[in-house]
Design a protein around this ligand. Structure first.
Ligand code: FAD
Length: 358
């Protein structure tokens, strides 16, 4: 248990769905937890939220994130707005994190820094109203609609073919660039009803009321109607901190992790879009939860191991509970606490809190 204001058990860098979830588990499992977030990640770009059970479609990314921050803070987690410029291992095997105006030390560090989508050159439709970066979130919007896929690499060719699962009107816009997809992909693409348009885009026509895309104009003077589409120009992974710590990266440029978010460096975890896997809010949250639980198992005080009992003796009654006085006070005052209003309701219904499996 850390004791001073700038000492934590868990420091999370990045406050998207992945980092917020790890921070929530950390605080709720009784660890001093800080989350530092610059803001403006991929979740913040969501005009609506799709694929998240329990969250309605009309919830914007910023609303979703604001609720998440409130939840973390309600359990005693600390939220700081800032950009982490450096993380280094200290002599006592902790981590020192630096922002432009503060330094803090933590037992464990979690990198939830995400990536930025490479943006094609303008002119472009408006993001979320014809320009979309998340295939498995937004393809549903374009069932039976005319769509474009922009790009000239493997991913663009594949996404164009994938879109044929939901619509029969798919154009692949290479915008004057020579395709870099393989001969095998070229053969596969030729066997699908996808129109390849080579001319660059010169203009965008939007509905004046809704702002939604209506058509794109091309340098040969043609005009093609679209409801929306997906640019496929790759991802710029925010791995500078991971690289500084010596974490292994995958061939694709993500941070290499095990099934619980552990990187190749002891004490350093990574979760969400910055790691391999589907780039989806529920996946990021699942990874955040797994890392939070794995860290809890690594750093919780009890049960004391048999080796530690042999070395340090049995647990003295004065040593328990291990939770800090501040986190204990927050938990006891929380509306979900068993001694609070909800606990009384549960008791009246004859329910007892279920124990976790381990
Ligand atoms: C336009 C758009 C719409 C989408 N719609 C959906 C959808 O409807 N449903 C769905 O499931 N998925 C959707 N996605 C995908 C989803 O947003 C991501 O999979 C998810 O946000 C990943 O969460 P994350 O926490 O890993 O990363 P992010 O949400 O990107 O958060 C990373 C955070 O880390 C911060 N950060 C980075 N470096 C630092 C640093 N050094 N110091 C401090 N902070 C730092 C960033 O500023 C950012 O706030 C969408 C993506 C986009 C781009």
């Amino acid at each position: 248990m850390s004791s001073s204001d700038d000492e934590y058990d868990i420091a999370v860098v990045g406050g998207g769905p992945a980092g917020l979830t790890t921070a929530l588990y950390g605080a709720r499992l009784g660890h001093e937890t800080v989350l530092i977030d610059r803001g403006g990640g991929r979740a913040a770009m969501m005009a609506d939220t799709h694929n998240v059970i329990g969250v309605t479609e009309d919830t914007s990314g910023n609303e979703f994130l604001a609720t998440g921050r409130e939840q973390v803070e309600s359990y005693g987690g600390t939220f700081e707005r800032g950009f982490v410029t450096d993380v280094e291992r200290t002599g006592d095997d902790r981590f020192r994190l630096s922002t432009s105006d503060a330094e803090l030390v933590s037992e464990r560090v979690v990198l939830a820094t995400g990536f930025s989508d490479e943006r094609p050159d303008p002119p472009l439709p408006r993001t979320g109203k014809g320009l979309h970066y998340c295939l498995h979130c937004d393809a549903y919007m374009f069932v039976d609609e005319p769509v474009y896929v922009m790009g000239h690499g493997e991913a663009a060719a594949h996404v164009a073919m994938i879109m044929l699962n939901v619509t029969d009107d798919v154009d692949l816009l290479t915008r004057g660039a020579a395709p870099t997809w393989s001969d095998e992909t070229a053969e596969q693409l030729a066997a699908h009803p996808v129109d390849i348009v080579e001319e660059d885009v010169t203009g965008v026509e939007n509905d004046p009321d809704s702002g939604w895309l209506e058509a794109l104009e091309f340098e040969d003077g043609t005009r093609r109607e679209y409801r929306g589409g997906f640019p496929m120009y790759g991802s710029d992974y925010n791995t500078a901190l991971a690289e500084g710590l010596g974490c292994d990266l995958t061939e694709g440029g993500e941070i290499d992790v095990d099934d619980h978010g552990r990187t190749s460096e002891d004490g350093v975890f990574a979760v969400g879009d910055i790691t391999p896997g589907h780039n989806q809010v529920p996946v990021a949250m699942g990874q955040g939860a797994k890392a939070g639980l794995a860290i809890h198992k690594e750093i919780r005080e009890f049960p004391r191991s048999r080796e530690a009992i042999e070395a340090d003796g049995p647990v003295d009654p004065d040593e328990v509970p291990a939770i800090s006085p501040e986190l204990m006070a927050t938990a006891v005052a929380h509306e979900g606490h068993a001694g609070g209003p909800r606990g009384e309701v549960a008791e009246a219904k004859g329910r007892t809190p279920a124990a976790d499996d381990d």
